[in-house]
Design a protein around this ligand. Structure first.
Ligand code: CAO
Length: 404
C-alpha cells in the first residue's frame, strides 16, 4: 500500500483557486475511484470533485470556507496510485462546460448538472440532485432521470418541480404582451442575485403552505434602555440596534420552542431539530436582498451580536460576503422598520420553517409599539404554537433588561 497525497486537480481553463464548500470524507473513511470527496466553488461553478484513487483517507488537509489552489494537497490516502486514465481534469472539465454563473449562493449552482460522470459510472443519481430534491420536498424515486441508466440530474429535478408547480397552478408559463403598443420600454438583464431570489421565492411560495401570525410588543422601556446603552458607547463599540436585540430575544424563544428551529425531512418523514441557533438577517443592499447568518446567537452577548450584525450588514452591502457568511441559518429575521410600513408577510426561507417580520415601531398613546409578523410552514407548525412563540418574543421584548 502506497501513501499518496491527493491534490486539487485543474478545475478548468484559467481557474487556479476555489473555495471549499464541504469536505465529504473524514480521516479513516475509505474512498473509491471517482467518489466525490470535496465540493468547491470557483467564480464560475460549484462542483463536487471526484477522487482519482482508492484507499483509506489518513489525513484531510483542508476545511470548509478555506481557499484552495490547484495542486494543493487535499487528502493523504493510503491505497492505490492515482489512475491516469481517469484524470481529474477530464472529469471536472465536463462540468466547467456548463454556463458560467457568478458566486453568491450554492443554489445558483444547483441548476447545473452535478457530478454527472461519477453518477453515471456508479449508476446512481448525482448527490446534488438528491439534495435539491430533498430540499424541495420531492423524492428522487418519483423523478424520471435523463441519464443513460435512469440517473437523475439537477435539471431533471428542476424540470419535475416546475412541472408540479405549473400543474398545481393549472397554468402554463405565460408569454408577455407586446408592451410597445402602449409606449416606450427598455430591458435590462436580471442580476444573479435577482434571478436567485426570484427562483428561491417561487419555490418557497409554491412548496410551503404559509400562514402569517401578527402581534405587537410594547418596547417603550426597551427603547429607553437602548438609548442609554448607545449614549455610553466606548471607542470600538457598535451601536445597539433593534435587530441585535431581536436576535438575542428570538434565540431564547427558539430554545424554548425548538420546533421553530427545525426542518422537515419529507423523504424520511422526520423532523430535524437543530441544537445550534444560527439566525439569518435580511439585509437590503443596492444589488438586492441578501441574508447573512449570525452564527450561535444563543451563545453571544448583546454587544458581540451588535458588532457582528453591523459587520455582516456592511459586508453584504460591500458585496464581500463569503459562502460561510450566508449558509447554515436555522431561522430568519427581516426588519423593515428602518424603512417603514405597518406590517408585512415575509416568505419562509426553506429549509427553515419560520421567519419573523419586524415593521416600524410607532408611538401610540405614549407607548412605542413594535409590529411583528411570523410567517411559518403550516406543515410543521400549528397556529397555536405560532401564537405562543410570538408571545414569547413579545414578552422578551417587554421584560428583558439589557446589560453589557
Ligand atoms: N422600528 C422603528 N425604527 C427602526 C426599526 C423598527 N423596527 N428598526 C430599525 N429602526 C431604526 C433604527 O433605530 C435606526 O434609527 P436611528 O439611526 O435613529 O437609530 C434606523 O432605523 C436604521 O436602523 P439600522 O439599519 O441601522 O439598524 P438595524 O439593525 O435595526 O437594521 C438591517 C439592520 C440590516 C436589518 C437593516 O439595515 C436592513 O437592511 N433592513 C432591511 C431588511 C429587508 O430588506 N427586509 C425585507 C426582506 S424580504 O422579507
Amino acid at each position: 500500500m502506497a501513501t499518496v497525497t491527493w491534490t486539487l486537480p485543474e478545475l478548468g481553463e484559467n481557474v487556479e483557486k476555489a473555495t471549499v464548500l464541504q469536505v465529504m470524507v473524514r480521516a479513516g473513511d475509505t474512498v473509491s475511484l471517482e467518489q466525490p470527496v470535496i465540493e468547491v466553488e470557483t467564480d464560475k461553478v460549484t462542483v463536487e470533485v471526484p477522487c482519482t484513487m482508492s484507499g483509506t483517507v489518513t489525513a484531510v488537509h483542508v476545511k470548509a470556507g478555506e481557499s484552495v489552489k490547484t495542486g494543493q494537497t487535499v487528502l493523504t490516502i493510503e491505497g492505490s496510485e492515482p489512475q491516469k486514465d481517469v484524470s481529474p481534469k477530464k472529469v471536472v472539465s465536463e462540468k466547467v462546460a456548463t454556463p458560467a454563473k457568478s458566486v453568491i449562493t450554492t443554489e445558483t449552482a444547483l441548476h447545473q448538472r452535478g457530478n454527472d460522470t461519477a453518477a453515471k459510472s456508479a449508476g446512481r443519481s448525482a448527490p446534488l440532485a438528491r439534495r435539491l430534491a430533498r430540499e424541495l420536498g420531492v423524492t428522487i424515486d418519483e423523478i424520471a432521470g435523463s441519464g443513460p441508466h435512469g440517473e437523475v440530474f439537477l435539471d431533471d429535478v428542476k424540470e419535475y418541480v416546475h412541472g408540479l408547480v405549473a400543474h398545481a397552478r393549472g397554468a402554463r408559463r405565460s408569454t408577455l404582451p407586446d408592451f410597445s403598443k402602449w409606449g416606450e420600454t427598455h430591458r435590462e438583464p436580471m442580476s444573479q442575485i435577482r434571478s436567485t431570489t426570484a427562483e428561491r421565492m417561487t419555490l418557497a411560495w409554491t412548496t410551503i403552505p404559509h400562514v402569517t401570525h401578527f402581534d405587537e410588543a410594547d418596547i417603550t422601556a426597551l427603547e429607553v434602555q437602548r438609548k442609554q446603552w448607545n449614549e455610553q458607547l466606548k471607542k470600538g463599540d457598535a451601536k445597539l440596534t433593534v435587530t441585535a436585540i431581536l436576535l438575542h430575544i428570538v434565540a431564547k424563544a427558539l430554545k424554548q420552542f425548538p420546533q421553530f428551529n427545525a426542518s422537515i425531512d419529507v423523504e424520511k418523514q422526520e423532523i430535524v431539530y437543530k441544537e445550534y441557533c444560527n439566525i439569518g438577517v435580511a439585509v437590503d443592499t443596492e444589488q438586492g436582498l441578501l441574508v447573512p447568518v449570525v452564527k450561535s446567537v444563543d451563545t453571544k452577548k448583546l454587544a458581540a451580536l451588535s458588532k457582528e450584525l453591523g459587520a455582516l450588514a456592511e459586508k453584504a452591502r460591500a458585496r464581500k460576503l463569503t459562502m460561510d457568511d450566508i449558509q447554515g441559518a436555522s431561522f430568519t429575521i427581516s426588519n423593515l422598520g428602518g424603512i417603514g410600513g405597518t406590517n408585512f408577510t415575509p416568505i419562509v426561507n426553506p429549509p427553515e420553517v419560520a421567519i419573523l417580520a419586524v415593521s416600524r415601531g410607532t408611538l401610540i398613546d405614549g407607548k412605542q409599539l413594535l409590529p411583528l409578523g411570523l410567517s411559518y410552514d403550516h406543515r410543521l407548525i400549528d397556529g397555536a404554537a405560532a401564537a405562543r412563540f410570538v408571545r414569547s418574543v413579545v414578552e422578551g421584548l417587554e421584560t428583558t433588561r439589557i446589560s453589557k
